[in-house]
Design a protein around this ligand. Structure first.
Ligand code: ATP
Ligand code: MG
Length: 441
């Protein structure tokens, strides 16, 4: 077991982290010209400066980059409020297809698509963080309201920058080293005390993809090879944390700096993929909750954030928290805010984007649980879960399917949620449901 002092050890200081973050921001801003486009506010006939800050139902159009399930629920919430919508997605049949008034199918570096999207959308948000920053900067320069900003997205899409940003803001994270060259691996391993570690790609990782667990230097070298580490694609090597459990918090921040946060959520993963979540996180100590809220509060302020931010934590035995990662958008662990809270994370995303007052994030039920349905719940022959049996046993079960056709390994195809009088009842229902659902190889 690692001691508490070793967990708080950092390989670089807060000042060094701040300096590096500032340098990175300068580089990122300079990447503005990387998105080739010949349009301007004037050529697109956009008003300069762009219109009022509050966007109105029936008048304005909301744009979203990315068409996954999170985009799908954002579009539903926007529609429920009476906004027109435009979706920009490189995919031909994304889960959000069919839910937007207008869809632009094109890669995110397509100049024509940029002009079309900027002309249509009065305000823009994202449903995933791996959006090219030059595209975000181009949208900002064309006068679209981009919420959260390109800067906030830039921090959250790069694990190295995200870690440095957290350290610069005095927020505890796992001891880590960012490795740029194969020759640095041995020093990194020694610096981390030759402890069991987890190696992560700094970009484009999700659902535990692009990660390897290592205990020896040889395994670290192997991971470097497999994850294709290079000076352009450095790897993050960090202690494997012996956490008590994982928790997350969702916080929304409006254009006026007002904030609302949802109750703390407990998350249970299998092989790096979220399996189940429970809200409120049971048996949470008061100081843990305060710490989670305080960290989220400091982060949204430091990022000058407008939108909804998820902070994922490792909770230690003593109830203290280490930040694992940030998601600048609604989160898988917040799907059940639709069924359990007065205002869902998606409605809150719409509120923040449109400059409307944030809504009540409290629960109107005692307990809610979510179980992800991965591709292994469907057979290659086309068998689905036995919905009839499940819904006869649990008539109040909410079933969400994302319309994905292709069964890729560990792909999130949908989820179910259930509300009950307490978490223990949700847990035992989920045990039963888990046994009722067939799992295919
Ligand atoms: P997602 O996008 O689904 O949240 P991700 O691919 O971005 O996941 P992480 O959140 O960094 O990756 O890691 C996925 C899971 O792997 C974590 O939720 C946790 O269960 C485990 N994990 C990651 N880092 C560590 C660590 N340092 N120590 C112990 N477990 C870890
Ligand atoms: Mg994560």
């Amino acid at each position: 077991m690692m001691t508490k002092s070793s967990l708080s050890a950092q390989t670089y200081s807060q000042t060094e982290a701040q300096k590096w973050v500032d340098e990175q921001f300068t580089t990122i801003l300079n990447s503005q010209n990387a998105m080739p486009h010949h349009c301007s506010k004037e050529s697109l006939d956009l008003h300069c400066p762009l219109r009022e800050d509050v966007l109105l139902p029936g008048v304005h159009t909301l744009g979203v980059l990315g068409g996954g399930q999170l985009g799908r629920y954002f579009l539903m919430a926007a529609k429920q409020r009476g906004y027109s919508t435009v979706l920009w997605t490189p995919e031909q049949t994304p889960p959000a297809k069919g839910l937007s008034d207008k869809v632009i199918h094109a890669p995110f570096d397509d100049e024509v698509a940029l002009a079309e999207f900027a002309k249509t959308a009065d305000a823009v948000t994202v449903e995933f963080e791996a959006v090219p920053i030059p595209t975000m900067l181009a949208l900002e320069s064309l006068g679209c309201r981009v919420r959260p900003s390109s800067k906030a997205i830039a921090v959250c899409q790069n694990r190295a920058l995200e870690r440095a940003f957290l350290v610069a803001n005095g927020i505890a994270v796992a001891p880590h080293v960012v490795v740029h060259r194969k020759t640095e691996l041995e020093t990194a391993f020694m610096t981390l005390g030759e402890a069991p570690c987890i190696v992560k790609t700094t970009r484009f990782g999700y659902d535990g993809k692009g990660q390897r667990r290592i205990t020896t230097l040889d395994e670290l070298k192997q991971a470097w090879k497999e994850l294709e580490g290079s000076p352009e694609a450095p790897l993050l090597v960090e202690h494997l944390i012996p956490f008590k459990r994982e928790v997350s918090i969702l916080m929304a921040r409006g254009i006026d700096g007002s904030r609302r946060n949802y109750p703390l959520v407990e998350n249970q993963h299998i092989n790096g993929v979220l399996n189940m979540s429970f809200m409120p996180a049971p048996e949470t100590q008061g100081h843990t909750l305060l710490q989670a809220e305080d960290i989220a509060k400091r982060l949204v302020k430091a990022l000058n954030y407008v939108g909804i931010l998820c902070v994922e934590f490792f909770e230690m035995e003593d109830g203290s928290l280490l930040v694992n990662e940030l998601a600048p958008r609604p989160h898988n662990s917040g799907h059940f805010t639709i069924e359990a809270c007065h205002v869902s994370q998606y409605q809150q995303q719409v509120n923040a984007l449109t400059g409307m007052p944030l809504g009540n994030a409290e629960m109107h039920v005692k307990a809610v649980g979510l179980m992800n349905l991965l591709s292994n719940r469907w057979s290659k022959k086309g068998d689905s879960p036995n919905w009839q049996e499940l819904l006869s046993r649990y008539p109040r079960l909410s079933v969400h399917l994302y319309g994905k056709k292709e069964l890729r390994p560990n792909r999130k195809m949908g989820h179910i949620t259930l509300t009950k009088k307490d978490t223990a009842m949700v847990e035992s229902a989920f045990d039963e449901i888990n046994a009722m659902l067939t799992t295919y190889d």
